[in-house]
Design a protein around this ligand. Structure first.
Ligand code: IMP
Ligand code: MG
Length: 173
């Protein structure tokens, strides 16, 4: 088995999620928050995050394809499963696991913005700014990381490792 390098243990992830939740709780106190979870990668992060929110939250899910089943982003984002409601009355917060090239977040941001929500912001657990192909800055960012392909806590490689409770990279041989 290839050796693993743990980047964030489950307790370290909890600290990051708590920090983000604290900011969101205070910023959205008097708003009408709609959290849009980008499937599949953000499902665990989103479920932990929303349980730390003590404000009113409506949840929606969107599935986009980009990486498909490889480590290489094509830049071509498609909506595989769309939202189930009108968002004009909501303060939308798009939640993803990680921003890499920026293609996914930028695409979803522009798409949902065109539907005229009250406001729209973005949240990611992790960010790899050194990998950007399009300009994009996230509003709520857990941690910035270096250019490494990581898995666990929702993040996958060929749909594996999503269930692992920490985040790790495989050490190169
Ligand atoms: P983008 O390149 O910013 O469009 O990232 C697209 C998607 O690729 C993210 O939502 C993640 O689900 C996935 N992704 C990016 N970097 C990694 C990684 O290091 N491990 C696993 N998935 C990743
Ligand atoms: Mg994703």
């Amino acid at each position: 088995m290839r050796e693993r390098e743990v980047l964030f243990s489950s307790s370290e992830i909890e600290v990051i999620v708590n920090e983000l939740a604290e900011k969101i709780n205070s910023d959205y106190k008097d708003k009408n928050l709609l959290v849009v979870c980008l499937l599949k990668g953000a499902f665990i992060f989103t479920s932990d995050l929303v349980r730390k929110l003590d404000i009113n939250v409506v949840l929606e899910f969107m599935t986009t394809s980009s990486y498909a089943d490889s480590e290489i982003s094509t830049g071509d984002v498609k909506v595989l499963q769309d939202l189930t409601r009108d968002i004009t009355e909501f303060d939308v917060l798009i939640v993803d696991d990680i921003i890499d090239t920026g293609n996914t977040m930028k695409f979803v941001y522009n798409l949902l913005k065109s539907r005229n929500p009250k406001s729209i912001k973005t949240c990611t657990l992790l960010d790899k700014p050194s990998r950007r192909k399009v300009e994009f800055e996230c509003d709520y960012c857990g941690r910035v990381i270096e250019d490494k392909f990581i898995v666990g806590y929702g993040l996958n490689y060929y749909d594996h490792y999503r269930n692992v409770d920490h985040i790790f990279a495989f050490k190169s041989e």
